[in-house]
Design a binder for this molecule. Sequence first.
Ligand code: UDP
Length: 329
Amino acid sequence: MKLLVTGGAGYVGSHTVRALLEAGHDVTVLDNLSTGHRWALQDCELMSVDLRDALHLNQQLKGRRFDGVLHFAAKSLVGESKSNPILYYQNNVTGTANLVDAMLKAGIPRLVFSSTAAIFGNPKRDLIDEKHPKAPINVYGQTKLTVENMLESVTKSAGFSATCLRYFNAAGANNAANLGEWHDPETHLIPNALRAAAGTGQPLTLFGDDYPTPDGTCVRDYVHVDDLASAHVAAIGKMRKRGVFNTHNLGNGNGYSVKEVIAACEAAVGKEIPYKVGPRREGDPATLVASSAKARKRLNWEPKHDGIAEIAESAWRWECYRRDKLVLR
Ligand code: UDP
């Protein structure tokens, strides 16, 4: 298929572009490189477009034939979404409305949307399936849920199909391709723990150890970024019919506490990671673990990297590469 990938220079986007190319698809990346990286661009065409610029977007898509779009471009920091909600609504909601409008005008019939476990808010059940109530507790999650609702409405009125893939905690790296995670500022646990170990980042703060979990720290479902990538390849390949709205939760179904993740990072690095316990971070639910039964069945998707040890090891190998080969350039 001929595919357009927005945010293809970002973390999950770049791994997915690589997987799509490996699967034989023809890929064009659309990215304004505001948070994406030039080094993460794979060998394919780049359209430099900001999705908030509807005119430019329409001009770029006019006369182009794409079979589908995979839409990663978004702002994704929970804390920033609280301090600057308009930035999040403009990028995530207006940007996606512009994209879908341009797709309809250009006759592009299918979209895979990068959604998130943050749409669920505080879980009511141990395993979160697709039917779990949606009640986001931060602005980032609200913008992603707004987009899901918008996409569902569009599929009802136009011959357009949308699949929302809700990631739990994307983690790990593709070491063979020298791809991995690099956010600025970095807010995620695994890179922060690894950088604290290497002495290249801030000392690690553990955000709260008084949660109602076995060891008092938050429990999350860490899913390898290459497994997320393979889910996208499967999802776009499945979208044959018009006017269909679908959702899939993507995780391993295993929860690891912050302390367990720190221990896995210590094992990967081979040394103790010093940390201090700080207050809870606002907007963090105690536990988020996916039921991915639907994705396993409907997409025939099977995560290949299901242990936190393997995820931490690949993240550490990436961190060493990033530090040695990219930071100093
Ligand atoms: N966390 C932490 N210290 C950090 C970063 C994260 O204790 O420097 C905790 C955070 O409170 C959450 C878990 O680690 O419970 C995973 O956070 P992350 O930001 O990696 O992903 P999120 O769950 O927010 O998507």
